[in-house]
Design a binder for this molecule. Sequence first.
Ligand SMILES: C[S@@+](CC[C@H](N)C(=O)[O-])C[C@H]1O[C@@H](n2cnc3c(N)ncnc32)[C@H](O)[C@@H]1O
Length: 203
Amino acid sequence: MSATFWDRFADRYARQPIKDQASYDEKLRLITGLLTPQSRVLDIGCGTGGMAAALAPFAAQVVGIDSSEKMLDYARAKARGVANLRLVQTDLAGFEETGFDVILALSLLHLLPDWRGMIAEIYARLPEGGAFVSNTVCIADASWKLRLLLPLGARLRLMPPLQCFSQPALETALRDAGFELEKVWNPGGGKTAFIIARKPRYS
Ligand SMILES: C[S@@+](CC[C@H](N)C(=O)[O-])C[C@H]1O[C@@H](n2cnc3c(N)ncnc32)[C@H](O)[C@@H]1O
């Protein structure tokens, strides 16, 4: 997706308070549980950088990438003085660095027309034993009213176009790519799937 929507939306996104603090704290706890002081973390679509900055004290290095310069402006403010947090304006295709043990795509997959391709690319980039953490809105599981309203919101440019897939389809895509699902959780019992997927060790 072009960065245009997110450049336009950045100020509003940055002002939004965390909707469910308890779920956010639990996500943070689960992700930090994957880290050691040697870990290198890649946060794809890091947005305004809140999670990347929160993880930095628990890892050797965190790199946040995002296609939106405006979203990254907010992230840069949070990264000031955090020596092990680096931010790069790019999408994954334009980012060649490797060696990440944990890769995050939080509130991202449902934005990508080729979300399956992104899962495959992340699998390819992780080492054996590496973890992929995603937080994905599964629109196909939402009410028919919401499924009708979302394309309208996108057409009115109030929100980005969202891909419509179900949680079973997402879980199948992760398994088909080769991942083992270590944790599947629906915060607040909703239609958002928080999934920790692991690239198996073959030896
Ligand atoms: C909904 S926000 C999520 C931000 C953050 N991960 C969070 O959980 O708050 C989606 C972010 O993904 C970025 N984005 C969308 N498509 C992208 C792509 N192909 N590559 C990198 N970033 C992308 C947008 O610019 C935006 O900042």
